[in-house]
Design a protein around this ligand. Structure first.
Ligand code: COA
Length: 402
């Protein structure tokens, strides 16, 4: 095929607004993140994941009665249908937890009695079921793959504490439960990130909520998106395993090889991600108490070295994102690396559902419309737009004679 000049540079829709939203707001220059009018720092300090999820779904912080009712609904929905657990037992034990989660979402759809009820109220109820069951799937798969029994939810625990209990079979102390809760709040929404856009794109076809969520899980799994936290942990463990002491030199070598420092840089933030600042504090607090300062210390050393090396190359905008310090936090909480992106999903499910509902009902943007971008066709196969069809027999003769 002849060389073609690229006509459309793929900038990944950077800076292009494709819809209005009332769910969250980012100021990438100042490092601000707001969920429905509330700063992330305030929510992380004062709220809980169920309260924040209610805010994302219903547009207001709940009254105490509304919150109690919402938590009750979450608890009631958190039992996994037995056919899903039975099915998991047949899956290859080495399946990646994100693949297991993505495979489980359509099974959750099959178990939803209101799957094709497209009323707003039914979609809100589906959102609650998804928020309750996505963490339950993550915990269940982690146990099934180890040959352990799947644990029923403990209704006396908070949403975050119950997630830790169902995953590890130990009731967490109050600090671990609170750290988990804050992590869930921090990851719950982030405007039109790749996975949320995938959810909304699918919802725009009027497919059901679970179809959108399955697409979101797939998009989140990539290392440039939610998969980055697992890659950060691999990076830290490799440095320790290799006995690297010159972190600046390690960073320099990596940049010279054109490799990225995982957990740094962001498509929107041009300064430190506000969530990373909170996670950095949590990582140091947890690390101190658990006698595992090695992880936040090493992460900070990489941050300082990378900022210096990148600045020397004129790149001052590449700073820690949400995944950088969350890797240490999750590791200290006991999560294996391959489960880290699933924690992201167990939180982002709140934002995904809120966005799917906004997309379906056009809350912020008038009448919903099917996403249908276009591409510049640059195919050049026979010197003109349409080629003459050649039957197989003649094709073979042409290739032997030619
Ligand atoms: N380490 C080293 N260099 C980086 C970098 C990183 N983490 N992130 C971006 N860069 C460099 C790129 O190599 C590129 O350099 P070049 O212009 O010399 O080729 C330049 O910065 C722009 O990169 P680009 O991918 O176009 O910018 P972006 O703003 O779209 O990048 C990310 C956003 C998230 C894709 C990117 O920062 C990245 O890959 N980070 C690591 C993965 C990660 O942590 N993802 C989680 C995001 S929450």
């Amino acid at each position: 095929m002849a060389e073609r000049t690229v006509r459309t540079k793929n900038i990944g829709l950077r800076g292009i607004a494709v819809a209005d939203t009332k769910i969250s707001y980012i100021d990438g220059e100042r490092g601000v993140l707001i969920y429905r009018g509330y700063r992330i720092e305030d929510l992380a300090h004062n709220s809980t994941f169920p309260e924040t999820a209610f805010l994302l779904l219903y547009e207001n912080l709940p009254t105490p009665e509304q919150l109690a009712g919402f938590e009750k609904e979450l608890r009631a929905a958190s039992h996994l249908p037995s056919f899903i657990v039975d099915s998991m037992k047949e899956w290859p034990k080495n399946a990646h937890p994100m693949d297991a989660l993505q495979a489980a979402v359509p099974l959750l759809a099959m178990a939803d009695p209101e799957l094709f009820d497209e009323s707003r109220q039914a979609n809100l109820r589906k959102a609650v079921r998804l928020m309750a069951r996505v963490p339950a799937v993550v915990a269940a798969w982690h146990r099934v793959r180890q040959g352990l029994d799947v644990l029923p939810p403990d209704e006396s625990l908070s949403h975050a504490a119950n997630f830790l209990w169902q995953t590890f079979g130990r009731v967490p102390d109050s600090e671990a439960a609170r750290v988990m809760d804050v992590c869930l709040i921090l990851h719950a929404d982030h405007t039109f990130n790749a996975s949320t856009f995938a959810c909304r794109e699918v919802a725009s076809t009027r497919a059901h909520m679970y179809a959108g969520v399955a697409a979101g899980v797939g998009a989140l799994s990539g290392e440039l998106h939610g998969g980055a936290n697992a890659r950060v942990m691999e990076m830290l463990q490799k440095i320790v395993q290799d006995g690297v002491t010159d972190i600046r030199g390690w960073v320099r070598d990596r940049l010279e090889r054109k490799e990225r420092i995982m957990g740094m840089g962001h498509a929107v933030y041009k300064t430190m991600d506000p969530r990373a600042k909170i996670l950095k504090r949590l990582a140091f607090d947890l690390g101190e108490k658990a006698g595992q300062r090695i992880w936040p210390d090493l992460t900070q050393a990489i941050e300082e070295a990378a900022m210096a090396e990148l600045s020397a190359r004129g790149k001052t905008n590449i700073q820690p994102n949400v995944d950088f310090y969350s890797a240490s936090v999750y590791h200290i909480l006991g999560f294996p690396g391959d489960l880290m992106t699933c924690i992201f999903a167990a939180s982002r499910i709140a934002g995904w559902c809120a966005h799917i509902i906004e997309e379906k009902y056009g809350d912020a943007q008038g009448k919903p419309a099917l996403y249908r971008p276009q591409a510049e066709y640059v195919g050049d196969y026979c010197g003109k737009l349409d080629c003459e069809y050649v039957p197989p027999e003649k094709r073979r003769m042409a290739s032997t004679t030619g």
